[in-house]
Design a protein around this ligand. Structure first.
Ligand code: NAP
Length: 283
C-alpha cells in the first residue's frame, strides 16, 4: 500500500487473489479521462488481515474501495453503515469512505440488471429465469431480480440446500443438475454464475445444453474468456447471448459514480477489457 506522505487521493480494490483484476485498468482510465486527480490500485488482502488492512486504508486517505472474493460478506463487520439494498442482498462490493466513516453498497446486482435489460427485449416481469449456482454473485442476482419484480426465478446448484436459501419470495424452485438438464426449454433467461468455463478451464460446461431452444437468452457472468463454451453452444443453437463484461462494467460505473458523482465512459471501459482479453466484449 502507498506511504502516508503520498497525498494523492486514491481508490482501491481489495481481494485475494487480486493480481488478475481489471478494475484498476478501467477505473484509472476513467479517472484520467475525467481529469480527476486520483489513482485506483489493487491491494492483496487475505481474510486474516482484513480488519487491519481496512483500518490502514482509512488512515492512508482512501476515499473508497471495491471488495471482491473472498471479502464481500466479511467486510460488513467493519462498516459503520450499510445501504438498505446491500443489506437486503447480504453482501457488499463497494465501500465509500467519508470523514473516516465507511458505508457499504452492492453494485453487482444493479450492474447485472442493467446488462440484462440491454439485451432482453421482452418484458422482464414475465420472464421465467434459471440461475445456475448459489454463491455470492447468484445471491446478488437473484435478490435483484426479485426486488425488480421478476418473480419466477429458479436456482440449480450442486449443493441444492444453498439454492433453497436464495428463493424466499420467488415463485421458482430449487433443482439439482439432473432434475433440470432435460428441461432448459421452459426458461426465457438462463444465467451461469458458477466459475465453470472460466480461464484456464475453458472447455468446461456448467450444464448439458442439449435441451436449449433459441428463444432462451443466455448470460454467463464470466468474462475471461469473453466467449465461454456455454455461450458458444447457446449461440450455435440461435440463442441471444451475453458475457460478464456488461455486469462488470456497470458495477464499476455505479461504484465510480457513488465515489465521484460523475458518470464514467462505459464504452471506454469495455474497450479496455476487449484490448486486454481480445475479441468482442459484448459477444
Ligand atoms: P462463489 O460464492 O464461490 O460461488 C460459486 C458457485 O459456483 C457456488 O454455487 C458453487 O456451488 C458453484 N460451483 C463452483 N465450482 C463448481 C463445480 N465444479 N461444479 C458445480 N458447481 C460449482 O463465487 P461467486 O462470488 O458467486 O463468483 C462466481 C463467478 O462469478 C466467478 O467466476 C466470478 O469471477 C464471477 N463474477 C463475475 C462478476 C462480473 O461482474 N461479471 C461479478 C461477480 C462474480 P456450491 O454451492 O455447491 O459450492
Amino acid at each position: 500500500m502507498r506511504s502516508f506522505d503520498d497525498y494523492t487521493p486514491f481508490y482501491a480494490v481489495i481481494g485475494d487473489p487480486i493480481a488478475q483484476s481489471m478494475s484498476p485498468d478501467i477505473h484509472n482510465a476513467c479517472l484520467n479521462q475525467l481529469g480527476i486527480d486520483a489513482q485506483y490500485e489493487a491491494i492483496q488482502v487475505s481474510e486474516e488481515h482484513l480488519q487491519e488492512q481496512v483500518e490502514l486504508l482509512v488512515k492512508s486517505g482512501c476515499k473508497g474501495f471495491n471488495v471482491t472474493i473472498p471479502h464481500k460478506l466479511g467486510i460488513i463487520d467493519y462498516l459503520d453503515e450499510i445501504d438498505p439494498y446491500a443489506k437486503a442482498i447480504g453482501a457488499v462490493n463497494t465501500v465509500e469512505i467519508k470523514e473516516g466513516r465507511l458505508k457499504g453498497y452492492n453494485t453487482d446486482g444493479p450492474g447485472f440488471f442493467q446488462g440484462l435489460s440491454n439485451v432482453y427485449e421482452r418484458d422482464l416481469i414475465d420472464a421465467d429465469v434459471l440461475v445456475i449456482g448459489a454463491g455470492g454473485a447468484a445471491r446478488a442476482i437473484v435478490k435483484t431480480l426479485l426486488m425488480n419484480g421478476v418473480s419466477k426465478v429458479s436456482v440449480v446448484n450442486r449443493t441444492v440446500l444453498k439454492a433453497y436459501g436464495l428463493l424466499e419470495g420467488s415463485k421458482g424452485s430449487a433443482y439439482t443438475f439432473s432434475e433440470i438438464e432435460g428441461n432448459l426449454s421452459i426458461y426465457d433467461i438462463i444465467v451461469n454464475t458458477t466459475p465453470i468455463g472460466m480461464y484456464p478451464e475453458i472447455g468446461n460446461l456448467p450444464l448439458n445444453t442439449d435441451s436449449l431452444q433459441p428463444h432462451t437468452t443466455l448470460i454467463d457472468i464470466i468474462y475471461n474468456p469473453l466467449m465461454t463454451e456455454f455461450l458458444s453452444q447457446g449461440k450455435e443453437k440461435g440463442c441471444v447471448v451475453q458475457n460478464g463484461v456488461p455486469m462488470f462494467v456497470y458495477q464499476a460505473a455505479l461504484a465510480f459514480k457513488q465515489w465521484t458523482g460523475l458518470d464514467p465512459d462505459i464504452a471506454l471501459m469495455e474497450e479496455i477489457i476487449k484490448k486486454k482479453l481480445g475479441g468482442n466484449p459484448s459477444c
